[in-house]
Design a protein around this ligand. Structure first.
Ligand SMILES: [Zn+2]
Length: 63
C-alpha cells in the first residue's frame, strides 16, 4: 500500500480585499444634507451604496 503523498495546500490568495471606504459593509452612512450644493448636514443619517465597491464590500486585490 503506497503512502499517498499529500501536497500541502497553499492558502488561496484572497482575490478581494475589504473595501476601505465602507470597511467591507458595502454601505456608507452619511448625514442627510438639505439645500442646494453641499447643503446643510442634518442630524439624520442615511445609508448609501458605497461607490467604491457598489455594495459588495470588497474590491479586487491588486496582486
Ligand atoms: Zn465599499
Amino acid at each position: 500500500m503506497a503512502a499517498r503523498k499529500t501536497t500541502p495546500r497553499k492558502p488561496a490568495k484572497p482575490q478581494f480585499k475589504p473595501c476601505p471606504p465602507c470597511g467591507g459593509t458595502g454601505e456608507l452612512t452619511e448625514p442627510v444634507r438639505v439645500g442646494r450644493g453641499k447643503g446643510r448636514a442634518t442630524d439624520q443619517m442615511q445609508s448609501a451604496v458605497c461607490s467604491g465597491c457598489w455594495g459588495s464590500g470588497e474590491i479586487p486585490a491588486d496582486d
